[in-house]
Design a protein around this ligand. Sequence first.
Ligand code: ARG
Length: 573
Amino acid sequence: MPDLESSVADLFAPAFAAVAGGPVDPVVRRSQHADFQVDGALPLARTLSRPPRDIARDVIARLGPSELIASATVSGPGFINVTIADAALGRLLAAARSDERLGVAPAGNPETVIVDYSGPNVAKELHVGHLRSTVIGDACARLLSWLGHDVIRANHIGDWGTPFGMLIEHLLDLGEDAAAHELSVGDLDSFYQGARAKFDADPAFAERARQRVVALQSGDATTLRLWRLLVAESEAHFRAVYDTLGTQLADADFVGESFYDPLLGPLVSELDEAGLLRDSDGAKVVFPAGILGRDGEPLPIIIRKRDGGFGYGATDLAAIRHRTQELKATRLLYVVGSPQQRHFELVFQAAREAGWLTAPARAQHIGFGQVLGADGRKLASRAGGAVKLAELLSEAVDRAATIVAEKNPSLGTAQRAAIAHAVGIGAIKYADLSSDRGRDYLFAWDRMLATTGDTAAYLQYTYARIRSIFRRGGAAPSADAAITVVDPAEHALALELLAFPAVIDEVAETLRFHTLTGYLQGLAGAFTAFYDRCPVLRADGGTRASRLALCDLTARVLAQGLDLLGISTPERM
Ligand code: ARG
């Protein structure tokens, strides 16, 4: 089923072509003044040297017969205001209802897509800084797989490199059992800081740590066993947070930097054979073409450091090579904070030059801003450190529980807990996804947990309200009820419902989820206006069935939209 906007465009295209004597984009958009506004006459005025209102009138006169359009009139300097026929809306809505995809066509050209997201570092706790990558990345993966792409989720964990020398030595100092205990109670940060403090203060310890790195890199069995222990404890902690968040990262998606280590030697040779490797102060670097620093000098990616260790960029190059050549991915998404924008520019360009990222394969950095506290600075804990994600999530659920208990004291304990979880986690995700990802956003509990306004709770509440209509009426939505659009509020709701496919297509391209949250707000608003004006259960016969069908479709679109954002929709609230 084509979306409404393209159907309008398809109808106008031949009329425009006839007037202009060649193909013209009709330029269709939603409008405040009509259902759609068609702007194509304005840019034609100059080429045809005719007044745009004249052209618009001519286009309307040449429109073929159509059941879609109730009226098309010239307005302002030469816009065409279009109203869609109620009968056509009814038919389109019935078609959307009978489609389990709600009118959204699967991708015409399904691809293998890598979504690289979350990517925490071993022996460091997940902090609020990882929230955005985890939440936005998960939404990308959910959306693209719903569209039929073959999505590979990649958790590029920092599980290799020099810090492991000090971490393993610290582990040995504490004794394996005591260290495992400290780690398993989730205190990764104190363990890391303990190691770091000794490394900085005690030269003998620092020397042991360096030797331990050498042992790790040469595959010493004991060292590897201790390394694995550290990784496993950290992964258990990551897993617990992902489970609370409902993040779709499976254990098999944890493909850390260590995975690429064996590929780095061959990578260096290939870069060398391709003539891309340069010496710089004893280090091996690549200067990707055309990327200059502030001083106008080309910027390097450090492939191999002077001490023989490999750089972060080398691992990312190996990952691209693996992803395009072994996994056959054609779209590579990196959901990583904006401060790494330069890093990815360099890596993508180097990969292109090495021949590992060539059309149709392409890579895109999905950057994002920071989460700020009420003071406008990076969100910090009371003690001044970074906020642990696990604590933030449990606070969200606790706060939501208080609100749910006030709103609906009659619910049983288990049900209340489930709703509090959905609302608390939903609030955190929604606050993140509803702000333009390119910008920073302020983290404010009261605003994000409000049951009115631009929040998840408002959408979840609207969903639950619709479900309660069906409960009260003892009515199951009938699958084949005819939908008759009569009231202007029904007309407005219908337009919102039919806009879903176009919104999904746009977001699949931009991966800017505030477009989707804004759409869902508009839909919930149109539903509320409809429900205030149009009796549903008290209407009779065909009207009741038709309105119940509108309610049902609204609930399904809301639930689907929220599910793509990783937000669940309780049946009651
Ligand atoms: N571990 C990295 C960090 O904490 C993020 C990894 C992002 N993914 C990547 N392929 N580089 O900054």
